[in-house]
Design a protein around this ligand. Structure first.
Ligand SMILES: [Zn+2]
Length: 197
């Protein structure tokens, strides 16, 4: 259309979630028309984020600091750890302001069909954290999928012998969906009404 640079830009934008080829073309055009105010600041932000942001060694959250801002916050309840599948789920809970403990991001769920075992996920560090004597309760907040349920069961079996109270979030979790699609009120209700696992 306008040279290989534009094609490449549109091609990369179109791979982003929520953007198809049509939205990618519109976004590219908007940026190309305002290179100084739109495009170069975005390029700088992308470059800096790619260089600085890493998973937190303790919880798996993404941050430019390690430990992340949540793990480093002395006002948070360190005896309470909420286990989620993705950083997107963590962001949803933070946005809703419903959890005042720490988190642990698994990076997925166990899957017999997909060949995903505990070592493929951020599970060994969770078991190590849970055994250090600080954690009293682990809230399992995984999606209501078969693999999510299997993973919560598997984790409960290993956490309870460590003397930890294991709970799971209550009703309102989407079937086969992720936490991050829930509205704040539903998230708060699901967390408040957690029950023993
Ligand atoms: Zn962290």
């Amino acid at each position: 259309m306008g040279g290989p640079e534009i094609d490449r830009l549109i091609g990369l934008l179109a791979k982003l979630p929520g953007l198809g080829p049509r939205s990618a073309r519109r976004a590219a055009l908007k940026m190309l028309q305002q290179p100084e105010t739109r495009m170069l600041p975005l390029a700088t932000a992308l470059h800096e984020a790619a260089r600085a942001v890493k998973p937190c060694a303790s919880c798996g959250n993404l941050d430019s600091r390690d430990p992340c801002a949540i793990c480093a916050d002395s006002h948070r309840d360190r005896s309470l750890v909420c286990v989620v599948e993705t950083v997107g789920d963590l962001w949803a809970l933070e946005r809703a302001g419903v959890h005042h403990g720490l988190y642990h991001v698994l990076g997925g769920t166990l899957s017999a069909l997909g060949g995903i075992g505990p070592e493929d996920l951020n599970i060994p560090p969770l078991l190590a954290r849970a055994g250090d004597g600080t954690v009293r309760e682990v809230i399992l907040a995984l999606g209501a999928t078969v693999d999510g349920a299997t993973t919560m069961h598997w984790l409960a079996d290993r956490l309870k012998p460590l003397g930890i109270s294991v709970t799971r979030v209550a009703q309102g979790m989407p079937m086969g969906g992720a936490l991050e699609v829930l509205d704040d009120g539903t998230l708060a209700a699901a967390l408040r009404a957690r029950r023993p696992s």
